[in-house]
Design a protein around this ligand. Structure first.
Ligand SMILES: [Zn+2]
Length: 336
């Protein structure tokens, strides 16, 4: 399994649908992520529905020639501290059960579950997902209203450690999926993952906690530095800390690429795209020669598949081969 190239960060999302249980909010329909979805599924003039999203994602993943497998990410609903579900606070819901079904339908799809730590049956949900082959558990603290440092998460972390199941946690600003409580944006700061790391959890910090709009993301400028500090601590304390390069091929993240190459050990980096978040061909190129740069651009433009484009862009940035295989190595350690 560890010879496979896995894109470990691909999103799913669909409007309210009886079969899948998916839904999104009216507020989500105002985001750029929603419009990207309409554009990609060619639904600008037609009504977007589950089948359009499903066939687009399945076709894209099947056709990707550089990628052996892709992890599709579920997203649990919002739960309060009493364990009550809040549909009215949830902006995007992608049920575990549905993605599990998709992973059975298509062998290139891996199932990435999402279980809210405040729900009363979190242990049942997590164990079911593990039995169904989930390769990680995904959280977005600001959108799901989770404080990863809350004592309520401790038993959850112990369960993750018991099964060696990685926690993929969003860090940095979140523009794709809105929040119903702005005070929870704070919990996207990577420092809140210390408790999980101390508990022994394999933590994957999404996007290396980078800001999305460079210096204009004023509330998140410290996050990347905090992530680098965590890395140093991880070396000393033997933490299972990882980070992914998903959505790195975007224009205003390019200024950070050199630093990531220099400061983040390759054995801690995982390859991913964050598709359907759009990428930019102009992000980065190490070549100083104009013609070889142009040749590379033409090569990327000629590729139709967005997952393949992301692969080539990340590769060209100069990351070691190993980052493409790290996810499969990590997933092979999960106990079932
Ligand atoms: Zn994402």
């Amino acid at each position: 399994m560890s010879t496979e190239i896995i894109d470990m960060h691909v999103h799913f999302g669909a409007p309210a649908d009886q079969t899948s249980g998916c839904y999104w909010s009216a507020e989500f329909e105002k985001t750029a992520a929603y419009y990207a979805m309409l554009l990609l599924t060619r639904s600008l003039l037609k009504k977007i529905d589950l089948n359009r999203v499903k066939s687009h994602l399945l076709d894209t993943i099947r056709a990707a020639k550089y990628i052996n497998k892709a992890v599709l990410l579920a997203l649990d609903e919002v739960y309060d501290m009493q364990g009550q579900v809040h549909r009215e606070w949830t902006h995007l819901h992608v049920p575990n059960e549905y993605l599990y079904q998709l992973s059975r339908e298509e062998s290139k799809i891996l199932f990435g579950c999402s279980v809210h730590p405040y729900r009363q049956d979190w242990d049942v949900q997590l164990e079911r997902a593990i039995a169904q082959g989930t390769v990680l558990c995904k959280w977005i603290p600001s959108s799901q209203l989770i404080n990863p440092a809350h004592p309520r998460c401790k038993p959850f972390y112990r369960k993750l450690v018991e099964y060696n199941l990685p926690l993929l946690c969003h860090a940095g600003p979140e523009y794709a999926i809105p929040t119903s409580n702005k005070s929870y944006e704070e919990f996207n700061h990577p420092g809140y993952l210390r408790e999980a790391l101390q508990e022994g959890v394999t933590v994957i910090i999404a996007h290396c906690a980078l800001p999305y709009f460079w210096i204009f993301d004023s509330n998140y400028r410290q996050d990347f530095q905090e992530f680098l500090d965590l890395l140093e601590e991880a070396e000393k304390k033997n933490w299972n800390l990882y980070a992914d390069v998903s959505a790195l091929a975007t224009l205003l993240r390019a200024p950070y690429i050199k630093k990531i190459l220099k400061k983040v050990p390759v054995n801690r980096l995982l390859f991913g795209s964050d598709y359907p978040i759009p990428l930019s061909e102009f992000t980065y190129n190490r070549s100083r020669n104009f013609f070889s740069w142009l040749r590379f651009l033409i090569k990327v433009w000629s590729l139709k598949n967005p997952l393949d484009k992301n692969y080539l862009l990340i590769k060209k940035m100069g990351f070691a081969e190993q980052i493409f295989f790290n996810a499969s190595r990590l997933f092979s350690k999960i106990k079932r």
